[in-house]
Design a protein around this ligand. Structure first.
Ligand code: NAD
Length: 274
């Protein structure tokens, strides 16, 4: 691997994020597309990646088999689906490949498999690669610590109608940031939607509400409601390129890291160690 140029494969290249990732890699002088993979049967298999990204021809065609695609690759950026990501981790185990994972919707058991894989593979895993959300996670913990148990916490998120998991990985990360700051376990205190005669709100809970509509890229609000006042911390993504640029930045940063599980706070230098 050259010291400055990182050779990148995009897994899920034909997806909404995959196309943006191809464009984000092309934007930087220190990253290059070396492979692009999508599912067998996709219309984009065999076409040059520029057809997906709208950029200049790369000479790299989209392939449907990861095993043959990784020869000249340093780092894979994966925005696909949980089972696909885990299969990919199996493929690269014992190799010198690194991986940036943007896929969300993992079960607890799948997350444990991913964490185990990081003992052998350098992995960045974040539910949201935007800088704004990474900063918001710190602000949320700070606000929760200061406001304490007297303020009810509710999290609302909205995404486009194609999204398959709910609540979003980002909403869960926000819930975990608040729960940790309040010494609660999100698994015990989360309430995912309400219906019927629910009774009065238990003050120790953290509520989640999900909207799926149209082409909303991603909006999250954490509400802290006390007696006589409300604080809301909101993040709105206007463009998927914000996630794509963050993920490519993570891929470049990862090129000098050893095996371990990292997130965007490490990439941005907000946290030093795994
Ligand atoms: P999408 O459905 O548009 O794209 C997924 C792509 O993966 C598709 O092109 C699909 O064909 C491909 N795929 C399926 N099976 C495959 C296989 N076996 N090998 C290779 N590719 C395969 O979805 P999307 O909107 O691009 O989102 C993808 C994932 O990224 C979701 O889990 C989403 O929640 C997540 N996401 C994360 C962030 C973040 O910042 N972390 C941001 C946006 C989306």
């Amino acid at each position: 691997m050259s010291e400055t140029q990182v050779n990148i494969a995009i897994n899920g290249a034909a997806g909404r994020m995959g196309r943006q990732l191809l464009a984000a890699v092309a934007e930087r002088p220190d990253t290059r597309i070396s492979a692009a993979i999508d599912a067998p049967g996709q219309a984009s298999i065999g076409v040059d990646t520029s057809v997906l990204s709208g950029g200049e021809a790369t000479g790299i065609s989209v392939v449907d088999s990861v095993a043959d695609a990784l020869t000249n690759v340093d780092t894979i950026i994966d925005f696909s689906a949980p089972a696909v990501t885990l299969a990919l981790l199996e493929v690269i185990k014992g190799s010198d490949k690194r991986i940036v994972i943007g896929t969300t919707g993992f079960t607890d058991a799948q997350l444990r498999t991913l964490e185990k894989a990081a003992s052998d593979i350098p992995i960045v895993f974040a539910a949201n690669y935007s800088i704004g959300v990474t900063v918001a996670l710190s602000l949320l913990a700070q606000a929760a610590k200061a406001l304490g148990d007297d303020y009810d916490v509710e999290i609302t998120e909205a995404h486009h109608h194609h999204k398959v998991d709910a609540p979003s990985g980002t909403a869960l990360a926000m819930g975990n940031a608040v729960a940790d700051a309040l010494n609660r376990d999100l698994k015990q205190c989360a309430v995912y939607g309400r219906e019927g005669i629910t009774g009065a709100r238990d003050p120790k809970t953290i509520g989640f509400a999900t909207v799926r509509a149209g082409d909303i890229i991603g909006e999250h609000t954490v509400l802290y409601a006390g007696n006589g006042e409300r604080l809301e911390i909101t993040h709105k993504a206007n463009d998927r390129m914000t996630f794509a640029r963050g993920a490519v930045r993570a891929a470049h940063w990862l090129s000098t890291q050893s095996a371990g599980l990292y997130d965007m706070t490490h990439v941005l230098g907000l946290k030093q160690h795994v």
